[in-house]
Ligand binder design. Structure first.
Ligand code: GFB
Length: 323
């Protein structure tokens, strides 16, 4: 994979703060963090239709919306996402919805001459047995994790389309690969969510109902890396303003912990003191997928939110949302 066109560290091409910026997926975990950051940074023409206002799977509607609103910058943070159970049991939805969303937005952006575009993938695009920490060069070098293969293949198609546009049309579109994310506004569904919001919900419920034990999924042995959505949003802006290469860029903390350690941490933040059991009939997924973040740290970004603080922040949001 070529990194020949990488902008040297420190190079910056500030985006026009008055230019129309389309945050696709504005109400999601990532989109809402982007919206907060871009608003604070003085972007005055943010565009963020809800999924009811614009279904990104509806190709004619997407083309019509682009023609009408003419965004100059597009951040493609819209996706069907979910935790291991949702991915494993609904693979059709994950491949079909994500392919449709991506191809419609990318095609409409190309048709309308969008110069600046950032596509967000996921660390699950890398092979199940990639060497850790995982470098960007590991893409397409091995078999994927079966529980999320459909989602990963859709995301890989998105990366490939962005790289195709770069090659065929010379546009400086880029891709970022975030690790497992969490933060305010996450999905706390008891079955379909990712592990961190699932644990917050489970421990909160157990504490308020005075349950003597909770049951988590899998063995607790897999290791995961967690990045707060506000840290990702800063990375997205930095990349849009200072990175230009056909290679995706990993965005994570570079540090991981076991799900068992995460469970202890969430229990202590929530104040749950009962027992924890593990249901090993549930899948573990990939054993380990911590990202090598040397490429983005060389550009001047670093994560700022410690996991314990981020969990406390997310728990405060969960309580205030009354979910
Ligand atoms: O967060 P999670 O669903 O995502 O699960 P993945 C991480 C680990 O936590 C797995 C365990 O080993 C789960 O078995 N776990 C324990 C739980 N208790 C729970 C629980 O209550 N809920 C959940 N969800 N997990 C997803 C992919 O994989 O990561 C997506 O399926 C995407 O495609 C996303 O890439 C970032 O890291 O295993």
């Amino acid at each position: 994979m070529s990194v020949a066109h990488a902008v040297p560290t420190g190079t910056c091409r500030p985006l026009d703060r008055s230019a129309p910026v389309f945050v696709a997926g504005r109400n999601g975990l990532v989109g809402s963090a982007l919206w907060r950051l871009l608003t604070a940074e003085g972007f005055s023409s943010l565009l963020g239709p809800t999924s009811t206002e614009l279904d990104l799977r509806d190709r004619p509607a997407v083309f019509e919306w682009f023609t009408k609103h003419r965004p100059h910058v597009v951040i493609l943070a819209a996706a069907r996402v979910g935790g291991i159970n949702a991915n494993n049991t609904r693979p059709t939805d994950f491949i079909s919805d994500n392919l449709m969303i991506q191809v419609n937005v990318l095609d409409a952006a190309l048709r309308n001459g969008v110069q600046w575009l950032l596509f967000l993938g996921s660390s699950c695009i890398y092979p199940k047995y990639a060497e850790n920490p995982i470098r960007e060069e590991a893409l397409l070098t091995g078999k994927l994790e079966p529980t999320n293969e459909a989602y990963a293949v859709a995301k890989i198609a998105g990366i490939t389309q962005v790289r195709a546009v770069r090659r065929q049309h010379g546009l400086p579109w880029i891709c970022a690969m975030p690790t497992n994310l969490y933060g305010p506004g996450d999905n706390f569904h008891p079955v379909h969510s990712h592990v961190l919001p699932s644990l917050i919900r489970r421990f909160h419920q157990a504490r308020t109902e005075r349950s003597p034990k909770v049951v988590n999924w899998g063995s607790g042995e897999p290791r995961r890396e967690f990045l707060h959505s506000d840290d990702l949003a800063r990375a997205c802006l930095l990349l849009l303003e200072g990175y230009d290469s056909d290679s995706p860029v990993n965005v994570g903390t570079g540090e991981d912990l076991s799900i068992r350690e995460l469970s202890d941490l969430v229990a202590s933040v929530v104040g749950y003191e009962g027992a924890v059991e593990w249901d090993t009939s549930q899948p573990d997924g990939t054993y380990r997928k911590v990202l090598d973040i040397s490429r983005i740290t060389a550009l001047g970004w670093a994560p700022t939110i410690k996991l314990a603080d981020g969990i406390a922040d997310t728990y405060a949001w969960y309580e205030s949302a009354g979910l």
